[in-house]
Structure formats: C-alpha cells, structure tokens
Design a protein around this ligand. Structure first.
Ligand code: ADP
Ligand code: MG
Length: 247
C-alpha cells in the first residue's frame, strides 16, 4: 500500500495525470496478462500520450470560440449548389491547412456558410490543429481595443498563433476605413503563415464598397485568393425552408 501511495505521489509530482487516472486498471491488466516489463512501460507511456492529446483537443475546442458545434456529417448536400459531398469530405483531411490554403464561402443568408466554416474548423481541432473562430464585427472590435485591453491583445495573439482562423459574416456590417486598414494588416500578417476560412454574403465585386477603399480591397483579395478554394453557394435558405416545414 505504501508503494502504491508513493507511485501516486510520484505521478503527481511529474504531472502524469493520464497514468494516474488509469493506474489501477493498467496494473491490474498487466498482472492478468503477465505483460513483460517493456510492454508494461509502453502501456504507461501510450496511456499518458493519448490522455495529453485528448486534453489538448478539448482545450483547443474551447479556445476556438465556436458559437456552436457543427459537423459535415450533419450537412445535407444536394440542397445547395456550389459544394459536393465528396469534395467536402476530402477537405476533412486538412491537407489544405498544411499547405496554408484558404477556403472562401460566398452566398446568400441561411445557406450553410457558417455551418460549413464551423464544421471544417471543428474537424481541424479534432485533427490536432489550433483554430480560432471570430465574426468579423468582433474581430475588428478586438483589433481596435488590442492596444488598451489586455484581453483583446491576448485574443489577437492567440488568433495569430492558430493554424486556422475562421472569419465569419464579412459583409453584413459596414466597415470604416480605419477598421478596414486594421483588418488588411491582420490578413497581411496571416498571409502564407496560416489558413483562413472566410464566409461572406457579398461577392468580391462588392467588397470595395463595403471596405471603402478599392486599392486596399484589391490588395486584400490578392492575398486571400492567392492560395484559395472558392465556393459560390446558392439555393434555398435553410432557415426559411425549416420555418415553412414547421408552419
Ligand atoms: P449562413 O451562414 O449561410 O447564413 P448557416 O450556416 O448559419 O447559414 O445556416 C443556418 C442554419 O441552417 C444552421 O442551423 C445550419 O446548421 C442549417 N443549415 C444550413 N444549410 C444546411 C444544410 N445544407 N444541411 C443541414 N443544415 C443546414
Ligand atoms: Mg452565417
């Protein structure tokens, strides 16, 4: 018993929580199966490693700030034009994130742009990538307050360290020139360093008007589009369709 208590105490000191939580089970299993010393050791290590990976994914899922969890498996393909199921499933391997490519979703409201953006973000977290989700309105607020608010500065730094940043709802709110500049600088810093997912209800042609500066908008789009896959979605709004079903 003393040895057992000692083991638990060592595990605590070394911060081996994964082994500590499953110790009884692992030891019991090793005794029954008469594992060799080396196999037993490897079981301990793999237990700790899986535990740490699981914890990191959980931390990244919370840290991403997804407004809700959505998945590709819940998405009904065929209802909308512009993205096919096999195409979407292929993207779940996240190779595009390794290649620092961007995904851009355009289309009218209620068509699943945010759903898809979140679903690819969630898939990335589950694969071990760090992801940050922000609506553009909040992202701009963070940029404007980063110099005076520690919390905003911290979030921006976290966003910049992510492998994937999802920027939702570009186009719903007008952006002032100063705000557009801050946004442009952010995208320039991200360019070729990390992947970006963007959703917008406005097509490129209307971005200049929204940003109030055509030269800057061209430079911004240049960076976003350089390594990008563009999805122009179209079809009936899911929100309206569901209302009709319920009504
Ligand atoms: P958008 O961002 O284009 O305005 P959302 O992604 O917010 O649209 O979709 C609105 C709602 O409808 C969400 O709850 C979303 O999960 C759902 N939805 C939209 N398109 C689909 C689809 N093809 N299959 C399943 N659910 C969908
Ligand atoms: Mg949306």
């Amino acid at each position: 018993m003393k040895a057992y208590q000692e083991t638990l105490s060592f595990l605590g000191t070394l911060n081996l929580k994964g082994i500590a939580t499953s110790l009884d089970e692992i030891v019991h299993d090793a005794e029954i199966r008469r594992l060799s010393y080396i196999t037993f050791l490897n079981t301990l290590f793999t237990t700790e490693i899986s535990y740490r990976i699981k914890r990191r994914v959980e931390r990244n899922m919370t840290g991403a700030h997804f407004p809700i969890i959505k998945r590709i498996s819940d998405f009904e393909f065929g209802r909308i034009k512009g993205i096919g199921k096999s195409e979407a499933v292929n993207l779940l391997d996240c190779a595009w994130i390794d290649n620092k490519e961007n995904l851009l979703f355009f289309g009218p409201p209620g068509i699943g742009k945010t759903h898809l953006a979140i679903a690819f973000g969630v898939a990335a977290v589950e694969k071990g990538y760090s992801v940050s989700f922000e609506r553009i309105a909040n992202l701009i607020k963070l940029l404007k307050t980063a110099e005076i608010q520690k919390k905003s500065e911290y979030r921006i730094r976290k966003i910049m360290k992510s492998s994937l940043v999802v920027i939702d709802e570009i186009g719903y709110t007008a952006i002032e020139k100063r705000e557009a500049n801050l946004f442009f600088n952010l995208i320039s810093e991200m360019y070729e360093k990390l992947s970006i997912i963007i959703t917008s209800n406005k097509s490129f042609e209307n971005w200049a008007e929204m940003m109030g500066d055509s030269v800057m908008t061209t430079a911004l789009l240049d960076r976003l589009l350089h390594h990008a896959r563009i999805f122009n979605l179209d079809g009936e709004s899911y929100r309206i369709k569901n209302q009709k079903k319920e009504g």
